[in-house]
Write a protein of this length. Structure first.
Length: 271
């Protein structure tokens, strides 16, 4: 039997509701899994056949420390996803290099485009932290300048009304094999709370969405145990990438009965 670490963080509120379904599916696939904190100095990472990064949701404030940990672990055993992927993916400037359509993005606080409504966020962020939505270009500019002055790269984007009707589509892949997709509740919708990012319902993606997601995956040379490609449609109907989640994405395992087993199968194939 293989042994793998399911990497999480110190989570007294037990926010990760995907851990137990994932570990149960691993057991069915012949993989003994154990939850470990990434910052626990007592863990012998080299004792595992693979170390799987999952709910490391505190890395934002300690990104350099987290990436140093990932590079160290990779010298002792297999890390999934690999350290190079984590380093690129935890800074959203990767969007500039994708070579596929993305949400229009302005990367500074100067000369903002004339949009009806703005979303302004830092390039290193998650869960809408330090993100605002505003119709006031002055407020958008000031927030982008505040981010830049604090040493962070600002991202200024138009708020797309399509997310209210069409919704965001997340496509989930395990070992590059499509598993399932969901329609997500937009993070910046009125009344959203911190836990609402997991509200979704199953969705069958359109062929053009699958084509775009697989173009994104094809550009990543490293092994990928999991990938979540978040898409939205522009007013002209074309799909574009919002984010490529390769570090610690919520995988919406409970929205498809075969998803935990698909994740376990992907892991077994990579061992």
């Amino acid at each position: 039997m293989f042994t793998c670490a399911y990497v999480t963080f110190d989570d007294p509120d037990q926010n990760d509701d995907e851990r137990e379904p994932a570990l149960a599916a691993w057991r069915e696939a012949g993989i003994a899994g154990r939850a470990e904190r990434w910052d626990d100095p007592g863990v012998r990472w080299q004792s595992y056949d693979a170390v799987v990064v999952r709910s490391v949701w505190d890395y934002l404030a300690r990104r350099d420390e987290f990436l140093a940990w990932a590079r160290h672990v990779e010298t002792t055993t297999r890390l999934l996803n690999p350290a190079g992927v984590l380093e690129r993916n935890t800074d959203k400037t990767y969007l500039r290099e994708l070579g596929v359509p993305i949400v229009p993005t302005h990367w500074s606080a100067h000369d903002l485009p004339a949009w009806d409504e703005y979303v302004v966020k830092p390039a290193v962020s998650a869960g809408a932290r330090d993100t605002i939505r505003t119709t006031d270009p002055g407020r958008a500019r000031d927030h982008a300048a505040w981010l830049a002055d604090s040493g962070r790269t600002p991202m200024v984007q138009p708020y797309l009304d399509m997310v209210e009707s069409e919704g965001e589509t997340s496509l989930l892949y395990f070992n590059r094999r499509f598993s399932h997709a969901v329609r997500r509740t937009p993070m910046l919708s009125p009344g959203m709370t911190g836990a609402d990012h997991v509200r979704a319902r199953p969705r069958t993606p359109d062929p053009d969405q699958i084509e775009l997601a697989e173009k994104v995956l094809a550009a990543v040379p490293e092994p990928l145990l999991y990938a979540r490609i978040d898409l939205v449609r522009l007013p002209d109907g074309g799909p574009v990438v919002i984010e490529v989640e390769l570090t610690e994405p919520y995988l919406f395992l409970r929205y498809d009965p075969g998803a935990p087993a698909a994740l376990a199968r992907g892991l077994r194939e990579l061992l």
